[in-house]
Design a protein around this ligand. Structure first.
Ligand SMILES: *[C@@H]1O[C@H](CO)[C@@H](O)[C@H](O)[C@H]1NC(C)=O
Ligand SMILES: *[C@@H]1O[C@H](CO)[C@@H](O)[C@H](O)[C@H]1NC(C)=O
Ligand SMILES: *[C@@H]1O[C@H](CO)[C@@H](O)[C@H](O)[C@H]1NC(C)=O
Ligand SMILES: *[C@@H]1O[C@H](CO)[C@@H](O)[C@H](O)[C@H]1NC(C)=O
Ligand SMILES: *[C@@H]1O[C@H](CO)[C@@H](O)[C@H](O)[C@H]1NC(C)=O
Length: 530
């Protein structure tokens, strides 16, 4: 009696904290490497890292200087070079090459990845960490992009490896995860990739993806191998073996976003993980502007990385003229406050609290470039979209929205005031868009666990189960013969041939007997007539 009442408070504590983990005391040493000087990945990574720190793990983060504020309980190693590189890169017009030619793009990408991995591994802070013999890591977290030289760290620390992608999944990630689903393969670059299912397009797309694979193997990986050998000195075989070491890859996708796919068990969908972060505050004047919008609000943003000043002047004028014709109010994420000719229904704001705006009950439409995080936020709030895609996965993200009936897409290079205005009005006045958006939003949110809890649970699963052979499908271990079921197909044909052969044989034997019988009979008959 005494004992049970003494245990009662603890029991209540445990009931109130269904997430209590008895392993909490054994926090793991975690190393995260997120090298891109670019906002979106950190929106996805940050809640995950914060949750892991809260669970008692010790986290060290390697990031570009100036990208992430200091986080409690995290040791930061900030790489100065990563920030300078990107500034140099934007200052030159290298990046224009990106949009022109795939092979040029691959060459440029190889140099960028080469520079990034080299900058990280030669950084003073990282070198100090590497030479400190007391340093150990149980787990390494990475963006599964082309930073293959860094897999040397996985061997160096004998650590488990987990990836987290902030963009859409493509063939490259499938390959790292060991997911052999060629029919679902998405390209990395969308230039020249078509989305219809005619036989010609399929063949062209197959060539497109195989070209990307060739570029990967001929240009990007050899450059990574050089960095790998220089800093770790392991063999070429080790390099290729380490690429198959991902225990899990967390992908920023959810099947309700129209990408139903056959995933191996180590591909975990955590789409919407960034929504667990508290949204940015909405200032009073913006709140008032939206509250008082009697005909509703349109929110327009080209994402974190496309500044309005980069948009051509004619496009800006088209947008301004079109918005002036609407009775709705427009909130425009725009760093240029003094737009000439701006009508009164436009509210320009540099740092828009996007999630708060989308969640506002007066918002009727989101005009977006279709970055994955923006699309997820629009889905979460059930807001129809007008897409103006510019590059990478944006076309695919928005095309899905269009097929799902919650979006329309226009070509940003051929935009005119009439079409734009007409499309906006259609999206707002035809109720099916809002209805579809609402339905998708409901399915998107209906899950057994939040995406953040899913990510944390699987991260700790990977720590508990360090031998990955039970969760990974190693495609190279499946002979082509089995993979395409050539053996079963051959067996089937063999059986078929055997049966068909026997039938033919028997029939022919019977026929032969019959004819020889007939012949004998006739012979006998003629003989006896004679
Ligand atoms: C985490 O780091 C702190 C401070 O460096 C250290 O005292 C503690 O032992 C570490 N925890 C684990 C589980 O290694
Ligand atoms: C890569 O690094 C080299 C040497 O520091 C530099 O000359 C080059 O411009 C860099 N390339 C890119 C694309 O950053
Ligand atoms: C690497 O880690 C595994 C799993 O924790 C362990 O069984 C193995 O002994 C370690 N290998 C070395 C060389 O430390
Ligand atoms: C403002 O609008 C007028 C007429 O609509 C146009 O002629 C003029 O060029 C615009 N001014 C600017 C700075 O775009
Ligand atoms: C991992 O598990 C598999 C199958 O259970 C076993 O064959 C293999 O030796 C294990 N690997 C290690 C490094 O323990």
């Amino acid at each position: 009696m005494q004992l049970s009442s003494a245990w009662l408070p603890l029991g209540i504590c445990l009931l109130l904290h269904p997430n209590v983990n008895f392993d909490l005391a054994q926090g793991a040493q975690i190393l995260g490497i997120f090298p891109y000087y670019y906002g979106s990945p950190f929106l996805v990574v940050r809640p995950w890292i914060e949750a892991l720190v809260q669970r008692g793990h010790n986290v060290t983060l390697i990031t570009p200087d100036g990208m992430l504020p200091d986080m409690e309980g995290v040791r930061h190693i900030r790489v100065q070079k990563l920030r300078e590189r990107i500034q140099e890169f934007i200052a030159t017009d290298h990046f224009l090459d990106f949009l022109i030619n795939k092979w040029k793009e691959a060459n440029l990408a190889a140099t960028i990845y080469f520079n990034i991995t080299q900058d990280i591994l030669s950084d003073g802070g990282v070198q100090k960490m590497l030479s400190d013999k007391s340093e150990r890591f149980d787990l390494i977290l990475m963006d599964p992009s082309n930073l293959d030289a860094l897999y040397g760290l996985v061997e160096y620390y004998n650590a488990t490896l987990i990836g987290l992608t902030s963009t859409s999944i493509n063939w490259f990630i499938e390959e790292l995860a060991g997911n052999p689903a060629p029919s679902l393969n998405e390209p990395i670059s969308q230039i020249g990739y078509s989305r219809d299912y005619s036989i010609v397009s399929r063949i062209r797309n197959w060539i497109h993806i195989n070209e990307e694979k060739l570029m990967e193997y001929l240009i990007i990986l050899p450059a990574q191998l050089r960095v790998f050998k220089r800093f770790f000195g392991y063999s070429t075989e080790k390099f290729y073996e380490l690429r198959g070491r991902y225990s899990l890859i967390l992908v920023n996708n959810h099947f309700s976003l129209g990408k139903v796919r056959s995933n191996v068990p180590n591909l975990i969908e955590v789409g919407g993980i960034h929504l667990s972060q508290r949204p940015e505050p909405c200032d009073e004047s913006l709140q008032k502007f939206m509250d008082e919008a009697e005909h509703g609000v349109i929110y327009f943003s080209m994402g974190l990385d496309i500044m309005v000043k980069f948009l051509p002047d004619t496009l800006q004028q088209t947008l301004i003229m079109s918005f002036a014709k609407l009775k709705q109010r427009v909130v425009w994420k725009n760093e240029l406050f003094n737009m000439p000719n701006k009508s009164d229904n436009i509210y320009a704001i540099d740092k828009a609290p996007q999630r708060q705006i989308l969640a506002h009950s007066n918002v009727r439409l989101f005009i977006t470039n279709g970055g994955l995080l923006s699309v997820i936020e629009a889905v979460d709030s059930g807001v129809p979209m007008l897409g103006l895609p510019v590059f990478f996965d944006q076309f695919g993200n928005l095309r899905w929205g269009q097929l799902a009936g919650m979006a329309e897409v226009l070509d940003i290079n051929n935009l005119n005031v009439d079409t734009l205005t007409k499309t906006i009005i259609e999206l707002i006045e035809n109720p099916t868009y809002a209805l579809n958006a609402y339905k998708i939003s409901t399915t998107f949110k209906d899950r057994p666990m939040s995406p953040l809890d899913t990510a944390v649970w699987w991260t700790e699963y990977a720590l508990r189960n360090r031998n990955i052979s039970h969760i990974r499908l190693n495609v190279e271990e499946i002979p082509l013969m089995h993979y395409y079921r050539i053996d079963s197909i051959l067996t089937f044909f063999l059986r078929f041939l055997l049966i068909a052969g026997s039938v033919i044989f028997f029939v022919s034997v019977c026929l032969k007997n019959y004819t020889s019988l007939g012949l004998g009979y006739r012979l006998h008959f003629t003989l006896s007539i004679k």
